[in-house]
Design a protein around this ligand. Structure first.
Ligand code: KG4
Ligand code: ZN
Length: 340
């Protein structure tokens, strides 16, 4: 089945053409980072307008790069939520319109469902597996038994890991989004230079908390201001990164021990992080657990990842109704194959 996938939940307009939920024929991502950077974060109304301008050219480019026409498409998969309602509506309306015009089925997919199946675009993974999704809006541990069968084992009780990266970067005076900049500077820093907290590390739950870490960065800068570039800034980045990676790794290890999982997926934008990738690799090697982390191009928001669950639902007769609408908040545990 040749599926057109569309993503517009936040600040990336993306379209991809994927065969059989496996083979990426094209994947186009148009980022709005430069548009939102002067505001230090995503401005929802500006995001919706930028999606409107990009959606048709991005879909057109995805079709051209895949050497396909609309007539070759057999289904459409699109992010239904969670995300910014106005932004979601742009991609969702485009998907519905294409499906109606071509008389092909479409399916609304959970954005995080896309992230956690991104590694399938390289190699399918046997169920069940444990998944850590770390992005700008999510830091969640899921037990995944199959498509549409997810149980949340733990989650952040305040900021997501990516949010903590971006907010801490802003406090340090770095550009938006600062996650990748902290990652880069951390490589030249001493991770033991500054003592930062590891919130909820040994609280006996699988939950996370990152807002205190951001406050600790603020207090550290108040005590000892840093200029950029400097060794002090690199040390602060390395110490921050170590604290985030320690918490993510220890909690994921506890989830593996509790669930007896043999396979782990780490996905979402923060899965690009060099420190996290190596920390997870070491932990999994020590435990004999199979680790799957998508390549950086498939960790951040993209449309190809949506085609994996999308292809499954469409080929199992689980298309969405033309009356389905977007949803800004949507719990993964409430997704059931039958209700798609
Ligand atoms: O998955 P994603 O592209 O969008 C959401 O669904 O949120 O994740 C974006 C998040 C941002 O917070 C960004 O700063 C963070 O991922 N991120 C990183 C890195 N690359 C992206 N955080 C730490 N290190 C990185 N290398
Ligand atoms: Zn995302």
């Amino acid at each position: 089945m040749i599926v057109l996938a569309i993503e517009s939940s936040c600040d990336e307009t993306a379209a991809a053409v994927v065969r059989d939920g496996r083979q990426i024929l094209s994947s186009v991502v148009s980022s709005q980072i430069a548009i939102h950077a002067p505001y230090g974060g995503v401005v929802p109304e500006i995001a919706s307008r930028a999606h409107l301008e990009s959606i048709a050219p991005v879909i057109g480019q995805a079709l051209r790069e895949a050497h396909c026409t609309m007539g070759d498409l057999e289904g459409v998969a699109v992010t239904r939520g969670p995300g910014l309602s106005g932004a979601l509506l742009v991609g969702f309306s485009a998907a519905k319109a294409i499906a109606a015009a071509r008389q092909i089925p479409f399916v609304g997919v959970h954005h995080i469902e896309g992230h956690l199946f991104a590694p399938f675009l390289e190699q399918p993974i046997e169920f069940p597996f444990l998944a850590l999704v770390v992005s700008g809006g999510h830091t969640h541990l899921y037990h995944v038994e199959g498509f549409g069968r997810y149980t949340t084992l733990g989650r952040t009780i305040d900021d997501a890991a990516g949010e903590a990266y971006d907010k801490s970067a802003k406090i340090m005076g770095l550009a938006y989004p600062g996650g990748v900049l902290i990652d880069h500077m951390a490589q030249s820093g001493d991770a033991g230079a500054i003592r930062l907290p590891r919130p909820l590390l040994h609280d006996g739950t699988l939950n996370f908390s990152f807002s205190g870490l951001k406050t600790a960065v603020l207090q550290q800068i108040a005590r000892q201001p840093v200029t950029i570039p400097s060794q002090g800034a690199d040390d602060l980045c390395a110490s921050f990164q170590q604290a985030v990676c320690d918490v993510l790794t220890v909690k994921t290890q506890a989830a593996i021990e509790q669930s007896g999982a043999r396979r782990l997926v780490v996905a979402g934008g923060v899965a690009c992080n060099g420190g996290l990738r190596s920390s997870m690799k070491n932990m999994c090697a020590g435990m004999g657990v199979e680790l799957h982390i998508p390549p950086p191009s498939l960790c951040g928001d993209n449309a190809a990842m949506l085609a994996v669950p999308g292809d499954y639902y469409l080929s199992h007769g689980l298309a969405s109704s033309q009356y389905l609408d977007v949803t800004a908040s949507w719990d993964m545990d409430s997704i059931k194959e039958s209700s798609v």
